[in-house]
Design a protein around this ligand. Sequence first.
Ligand code: HEC
Ligand code: HEC
Length: 329
Amino acid sequence: MKKIILIGIFSLLPIVVFNSCNTSTSQTLAVKTADEDSYITIDTSKIPNDKFGESVRYGKELMLKTAYYIGPNGINGKYLGNKMNCTNCHQNAGTKPFSLNLMSSHDNYPQYRGRENKVLTLAERINNCIMRPHSGKPLPLDGKEMVAFLSYFKWISTFVPKDGQFKGAKNMEISFPDVAASSERGKTLFTENCARCHGNNGEGLYNTDKSGYTYPPLWGKYAYQPGSSMHRIIKQAQWLKGNMPYDKVAIGKPHLTDAQALDIAAYVNDDAIHTRPNPKTFDYPNEMSKPIDYAHGPFGDTFSEEQHKYGPYKPIIAYWKKNNLKAVY
Ligand code: HEC
Ligand code: HEC
């Protein structure tokens, strides 16, 4: 089990390839089942053997072993404030379906971001993840590491179909119950489904040389910050549905119900009972562009911080619709 997690899916997850064009050197990143053979296959043997390819390979390494290279004791620079790796959330180095997939990111930027109320480049967007989930300081925009991330994202984007549509590009959708998500119900579900790996105190488990985690932390001072999107309950529930519990979810085959995923996300992100690193990274100067589950006011509507955080979300969505606005989440 540990080995699979450390080395990553690039080589070890069960590989079932239905595409007869694949040569023996190809590695598939998505597990295919007979009824779902439309996940994209990434063939890492096609990374070119030149200077650009070198940068792509380093970018892939940085996704998988971020803390080893640029963590608090990083061998190539000390940028991150914690030892999480990008792949802990963007699994399989950003290529796993339904796991905050990054294969279109190269094509998606520059992009207007409501959070900063300006157009960001992909490099600036990468630095947001360095700063928030990783509590780090931004990478120099023209440094070797940033160029490697950008090279890697460009390379994986070449596998995306021209129309940009592919299965698992976005996280799984959640349908909302009528009741608010409950941290109390979530606690029981967490004990049953999550604590065996992430620990009862959400502290996770370091790998043997402590260069990163076998099971990353969910709260506490080494976990993601409250300003991070993982801290939003809908956003996290969508991700949990497609990815956790790690040992029970096959791609596209959730283990948790939507309501359970919301309750667990409510418990994980309940800061009344859990601590987190807490620099004030709240922004969104344009309140009308806030996602509805971003629980820090002021809001462009009349709902409380509590309801934005835990729901029920349906009345918020209906309110926005009535005012001819689209609720973002
Ligand atoms: C704790 C989880 C977490 C970690 C760790 C993390 N991210 Fe993210 N990242 C997210 C979430 C959540 C989003 C999506 C935010 C949204 O949908 O608005 C995101 C979005 C992104 C995006 C924008 C994608 C797009 O196409 O718009 C990029 C690029 C990105 N992350 C890169 C990285 C890199 C590189 C690292 C490692 C240095 C990293 N992330 C680490 C959670 C994480
Ligand atoms: C069998 C072990 C296992 C179980 C059970 C499990 N996880 Fe995970 N979890 C992992 C691993 C491993 C990763 C990192 C994935 C990677 O790097 O590819 C992870 C990553 C995460 C992350 C993103 C990274 C972070 O630390 O913020 C969250 C959030 C998370 N798990 C929540 C949960 C929740 C909630 C449950 C219960 C529903 C759960 N996990 C059950 C092993 C597990």
